[in-house]
Design a protein around this ligand. Structure first.
Ligand code: ZN
Length: 253
């Protein structure tokens, strides 16, 4: 034996070990066929159900509509609540829909698909980084539904990185609103610039500048094609100062 180098390898094959043990217990005569008639060969299919936490939110609704079965351990109050809820749902060609208040059928989606819809409708190809309520209405118009839709959308928009990066910053400090005092007529004017209108008027005007006197509510207005500073100054000179005198205050809104 000294001329052979023996190496011992641990047995890792459980199936091979079982066959080896079986052959050791049942020695064969020469020429006999091995009859591998194991007693558990009838086990050919094992069904595994996901845990309740991984089931879609509409599992109980589908089970009741299809088989009129309640979830295990449901109390009478929960069974009654389920019977009331399913009046809003309908299954068409194996797809569950929820009836909206306006009669439109909204397809019920699970958590995985809802996350994809959230991304696409807000920051994806179908989105424009709109706010929570606008995105919620958009998803409803697209025909999708899940129970926590509005809450999920608001939280998603709140966590959107681009919305945080490019949102408007309010630099004004918070303070109480102060009323504007108007002691006498034509002392205070408020200027408004309205537009740009599209399409423009027949004369090519796209804007309207208005001046409202705060005491009498008298209004002066003029259409504009463009809004350079010289045109605004000309309007104030000709329409306000030359006609009503120099006022104490001008507010440009
Ligand atoms: Zn966003």
């Amino acid at each position: 034996m000294g001329e052979f180098e023996l190496t011992f390898i641990n047995q890792k094959s459980v199936k091979g070990q079982i066959i080896t043990d079986w052959l050791a217990d049942n020695p064969l005569n020469g020429g006999d066929l091995v009859d591998l008639d194991f007693p558990d060969e009838c086990i050919y299919y094992i069904e595994t159900r996901p845990p309740i936490s991984e089931c879609p939110w509409y599992t109980d609704i589908i089970n009741y509509i299809m088989d009129h079965t309640y979830p295990e351990g449901a109390t009478p109050q929960q069974r009654r609540r389920l019977r009331i809820i399913i009046a809003k749902y309908v299954i068409i060609e194996k797809v569950l829909y929820r009836k909206a208040f306006d009669g439109i059928l909204l397809r019920c989606v699970d958590t995985k698909e809802s996350k994809k819809i959230l991304h696409e409708s807000h920051s994806g190809m179908c989105g424009g980084h709109f706010g929570g309520h606008a995105t919620t209405r958009k998803i409803h118009r697209m025909g999708y539904f899940w129970p926590t839709l509005e809450h999920d959308v608001v939280e998603f928009v709140r966590r959107c990185h681009k919305c945080q990066e490019f949102s408007h910053e309010i630099h004004m400090p918070a303070q109480a609103l102060q009323p504007i005092a108007t002691p006498w007529p034509f002392s205070t004017w408020g200027l408004d610039l309205i537009g740009k209108f599209s399409p423009s008027s027949t004369d090519g005007h796209n804007f309207i500048i208005t001046a409202t006197e705060y005491f009498t509510k008298w209004v002066e207005a003029m259409p504009l094609t463009t809004v350079p500073g010289s045109v605004i100054a000309k309007f104030i000179l000709n329409q306000i100062i030359c006609r009503y005198g120099v006022s104490a205050n001008h507010y440009l809104r």
